[in-house]
Design a protein around this ligand. Structure first.
Ligand SMILES: Cc1cc2nc3c(=O)[nH]c(=O)nc-3n(C[C@H](O)[C@H](O)[C@H](O)COP(=O)(O)O)c2cc1C
Length: 323
């Protein structure tokens, strides 16, 4: 493995992206990840264009390394943000929540590498045909808005179906997970939850502590009944969601419950009634560290795992056993 398609494509040292995380991923975290050798991302959520421009300019003062902006198709400011991204010559754009195909040609023309985040092989194929440079295949273990398929079955199906490189996201928290993603056919990984606790992340201490305290069963998925599944810490808010969903409440009421809740969790530390988005991998995240320490530890463990299992073989006919 002398070369790596993702490092080559994005001009980064490590094939590690840190995904856009609304409210969490702003300029400081994005720059820290890019300085550490990965690809940091500015998340936009529903951010207006002028605010995005400020964030992009801030990243440019903090690092000269490549970085990404994450846009959400459903945002009311999507088109305005596309213009800002083009004007500011952002090197990489990741796109979530829907079919970004129609926008890809103009972004490519502006010299931007386009990397959609998807959970379906059919959509990934369409986006590849539209010119996507790589695909982030995100399994339902991930924190935040999710699809239906888990990372383990999703990655090899994506790798088989696509010519462009696949980046695995969802459920990766250490070098073992990273090695597993590569074994499944990915050529890079995207992290979310594991970087929320980074020193450079602006998430409130309560949010970071909630991730550190989480176990394997701490997260739950709300919004399945309205086709907008979200994975977050199980708390009073998720309980309220389940109650409304069980009652069959109208979707406006269910969606309305979410308004402002991610912000209150990230910025004010409301981990009881806020939306504390985190992935199943939270149970594996046990200490705070800098973005650089997190990435370096992951790469070191990845290399150890590859060395350990690299020579492992099942003997012809299997292992000796009695009977
Ligand atoms: C708090 C939080 C907010 C997120 N917000 C976004 C977002 O705005 N756009 C997006 O494409 N993905 C978003 N994600 C998904 C991440 O970018 C990433 O793909 C995911 O967290 C990877 O899975 P993991 O959490 O298991 O590491 C978010 C995830 C978290 C935990």
């Amino acid at each position: 493995m002398k070369d790596n398609a993702i490092c080559k494509l994005l001009n980064i040292r490590y094939p590690i992206l840190v995904g856009g995380m609304t409210w969490v991923s702003e300029a400081v975290l994005a720059a820290a990840v890019s300085e550490a050798g990965g690809l940091g991302t500015i998340a936009t959520g529903n951010m207006p264009g002028d605010l995005l421009r400020d964030e992009i300019r801030k990243v440019k003062t903090l690092t000269d390394k490549p970085y990404a902006v994450n846009l959400i198709l459903l945002s009311p400011n999507f088109k305005e943000c596309v213009e800002v991204v083009k004007e500011e010559k952002v090197p990489v754009l990741t796109l979530g929540a829907g079919n970004s195909g129609p926008f890809i040609p103009q972004l490519k023309e502006a010299g931007i590498k386009v990397v959609p985040v998807v959970n379906s092989v059919a959509l990934a194929r369409r986006l590849e045909r539209s010119g996507a440079d790589a695909i982030v295949a995100e399994g339902e273990e991930a924190g935040g808005h999710i699809g239906d398929t888990a990372t383990m079955p999703l990655i090899p199906q994506m790798a088989d179906a696509l010519k462009v490189p696949v980046v695995a996201a969802g459920g990766i928290g250490d070098g073992r997970g990273m090695a597993a993603a590569f074994a499944l056919g990915a050529q890079g990984i995207q992290l979310g939850t594991a970087l929320v606790v980074a020193h450079e992340s602006r998430a409130h201490d309560n949010y970071k502590n909630a991730i550190i305290k989480a176990s394997d069963r701490s997260t739950g998925v709300t919004g399945r009944t309205i086709n907008k599944p979200v994975r977050a810490l199980k708390n009073m808010l998720t309980q309220e969601f389940y109650t409304l969903e069980e009652k069959g409440s109208p979707w406006e009421e269910i969606e309305g419950l979410a308004i402002g809740r991610l912000r209150s969790a990230v910025m004010e530390g409301d981990v009881t009634r806020g939306s504390v988005m985190m992935g199943q991998v939270a149970g594996l995240v046990k200490r705070r560290a800098s973005a650089s320490e997190i990435l370096e530890a992951m790469v070191e463990e990845f290399n150890q795992v590859m060395e350990k299992i690299g020579g492992f073989r099942i003997p012809a006919g299997g292992f000796p056993c009695e009977g």
